[in-house]
Design a protein around this ligand. Structure first.
Ligand code: 4NP
Length: 159
């Protein structure tokens, strides 16, 4: 299973989402490959935001090695699922993917918890507090747990 996490800058939300899901998948030896990207290119090559790194580390997850990159339309072919954080990300991914856009692969990440509600992961960049990043961590942790659980029940259903 190859999963891409997408946000705007690829320095706050999506690197956290990547680190959390990779950590959970590795704990269960699932062999999943998780990556992340931003719809914007301003932060290309940068490590995750200081507070994303700090909050992840508080929960035993090291994301310091991750580096930001911009989403490219080939990602739509290279990944099985693309989870976006908010509606702007969704629209940008659709526009940037052109004729490669596959609506079956792309979803708002919180829809794994509350299907079809289209709830958004708030951008902590503008708030810039430990509490804002911790709140995002908790949302993404719950979503990551559900992604793994849903996938396992799908495998079970198919057997
Ligand atoms: P992210 O947060 O999309 O969660 O990585 C942001 C990071 C940078 C900017 C905006 C949001 N920015 O405007 O540079």
């Amino acid at each position: 299973m190859k999963v891409l996490m997408v946000c705007l800058g690829n320095i706050c939300r999506s690197p956290l989402a990547e680190g959390i899901l990779q950590h959970k998948a590795d704990e269960q030896n699932l062999g999943w490959e998780i990556d992340s990207a931003g719809t914007g290119s301003w932060h290309t090559g940068e490590a995750p935001h200081r507070l994303s790194q700090k909050i992840a580390r508080n929960h035993g997850i090291d994301i310091s090695h991750l580096r930001a990159r911009q989403f490219r339309k080939e990602d739509m072919l290279n990944f099985d699922k693309v989870y976006v954080m908010d509606n702007e990300n969704y629209n940008d991914v659709r526009r940037m993917s052109g004729n490669l856009f596959d609506e079956n692969k792309v979803d708002l990440i919180l829809n794994v918890l509350h299907p079809n509600r289209n709830e958004e992961v708030p951008d902590p960049w503008y708030v810039n507090t430990d509490a804002a990043f911790e709140e995002v961590f908790q949302m993404l942790d719950e979503a990551g747990e559900a992604i793994i659980k849903n996938n396992q029940s799908t495998i079970f259903d198919n057997q």
